[in-house]
Design a binder for this molecule. Structure first.
Ligand SMILES: [Zn+2]
Length: 465
């Protein structure tokens, strides 16, 4: 059998693995390439993945860099099942419809400015459309954690909780070939311990081959408690001054975690019940999906839901669905938290709030996630005194805070602890989903701790077993 690494090899986006045996072809994830090295051409290139010859797809979780290219396969004729948890199916459709909408609007904008450089040059087409996503919507097959499920001839999978996003999974793949069964483990993205709502990642104890993510292969996170103390103080200052706190955040995951922490501060740390406005249709939808899948919550979140301080103070959490409701937030006169996308301030409703508030001295802007280079978010975090927002220059007088302790990914020592459960059986280890520095640092550590020479493949490299 052989496994082709389709992406996230020497980078952190575009995850995908094509597993081929004599009898079947199964794809694990097919994510979008994003950021610095991404391009439409790179995303369009399906390489060895022939969608009509696939028997099944297994999806670890709903982040765009893991599911974002699935609609391309639908457009090219893929009509087989996609196996994942029920929560992942729900979140993936939310993410993919949003992505298709962005692809369509970007292409529309580019078409308006299109000037052919030579005869016969076509105007830009969207990477995919909402119609392509529609084709996928009936393909999802919900699989519960820990159940062994046959997905193709001679190939079964068992999903376990990866603790990275609600419904996220690591995959244990059992492959029968020539009378023997071999096990391949795909870590998917692994979460960090003590993330709100999420159980800790489940380790494995047997495998012949392991694909391990290495996003934070070279460092550990800042302690969470220090971050929470800082966050609590910002909120208390805002309540005292009757001021607003703007939080640019990703709609799925981080937004719900931030609301969770504020609820916890109100219940356990004496924070006054400050109104929280979710100003993002996608974040509102994702929050409803969290409620629908509360059976996946960890014990602590289960308890918080039972004694929910936000339910005791019904005015605390409010949803701004329409653009009008969003605009009305400009008239707020009391302390309030406004959470809006996008997380890196590259678009979305957060831009309007920044335009109306950045120049005000006592407003707080709180960054709770990674800010890629070149984004408005990174300029603000970097201390810019003036920025352009929606085409206009705005002076930055607001207090900019960067909270570094929240992370969706396991830190270096957590990756090593996860692998320690497998190390005694000496599997082949392949490190993916990490920038070069992170992968090499983890490779070094895996050699030192376990005496295993981990492999670092590049895109389209093939691993034979
Ligand atoms: Zn992820």
């Amino acid at each position: 059998m052989q496994i082709t690494v389709c992406g996230a090899a020497g980078e952190v986006t575009g995850s995908g693995y094509l597993v081929e045996t004599q009898r079947a072809r199964v794809l694990v994830d097919f994510g979008m390439f994003q950021g610095r090295d991404a391009s439409v051409a790179k995303n369009r290139d399906l390489a060895k993945v022939d969608p009509r010859r696939l028997d099944a797809i297994v999806l670890t979780h709903a982040h765009l860099d893991h599911c974002g290219r699935l609609p391309l396969l639908a457009a090219a004729g893929f009509r087989k099942p996609i196996y994942c948890t029920a929560a992942t199916a729900d979140f993936a459709l939310l993410v993919l419809y949003d992505s298709a909408h962005i692809q369509e609007s970007d292409a529309e904008r580019d078409r308006r400015h299109f000037q052919p450089r030579h005869r016969g040059e076509h105007p830009p087409e969207p990477l995919y459309t909402r119609e392509d996503v529609e084709h996928l919507s009936g393909r999802f097959r919900a699989v519960a954690y820990n159940e062994l499920t046959e997905v193709a001839d001679g190939i079964s999978i068992r999903l376990v909780d990866a603790g990275h996003l609600l419904g996220s999974a690591s995959v244990e793949m059992h492959i029968q070939e020539e009378g023997t069964t071999r096990i391949i483990v795909f870590s998917g993205d692994l979460g960090s311990a003590n993330t709100p709502y999420l159980r800790d990642p489940t380790p494995f104890t047997s495998a012949d081959l392991v694909f391990l993510e290495s996003t934070y292969g070279n460092r550990n996170h800042r302690p969470l408690e220090a971050t929470l103390t800082e966050f609590e103080q910002i909120l208390k200052d805002a309540v005292r001054d009757g001021e607003r706190v703007l939080i640019p955040a990703f709609a799925i995951g981080r937004t719900q975690q931030i609301v969770y922490y504020i609820a916890q501060f109100i219940r356990e740390r004496g924070l006054a019940p400050i109104p929280i406005y979710l100003d993002s249709p996608m974040a509102i939808e994702a929050t409803h999906l969290y409620a629908r899948h509360r059976d996946l919550f960890d014990e602590e979140a289960g308890l918080l839901v039972k004694n929910d301080p936000l339910a005791e103070h019904p005015k605390t959490l409010q949803f701004s669905k329409t653009a009008d409701e969003s605009k009305q937030l400009n008239n707020l006169r009391n302390a309030a938290v406004i959470i809006a996308a996008s997380g890196m301030c590259e678009g979305g409703r957060i831009l309007h709030h920044l335009k109306h508030n950045l120049w005000r001295r006592s407003v707080h802007v709180v960054f709770v996630g990674y800010q890629a280079e070149g984004t408005l978010g990174s300029r603000l975090v970097g201390g810019a005194k003036q920025v352009r927002v929606l085409g206009e220059p705005v002076n930055v007088e607001a207090e900019i805070h960067t909270l570094g302790g929240f992370s969706g990914h396991a830190g270096q020592s957590e990756l090593i602890d996860w692998l320690a459960h497998l190390a005694p059986v000496k599997p082949r280890v392949v490190l993916t989903h990490g920038e070069t520095d992170a992968r090499q640092a983890l490779q070094h550590l895996v050699q030192g701790r376990f005496g295993i020479d981990a492999e670092l493949p590049m895109r389209n490299d093939v691993i034979s077993l």
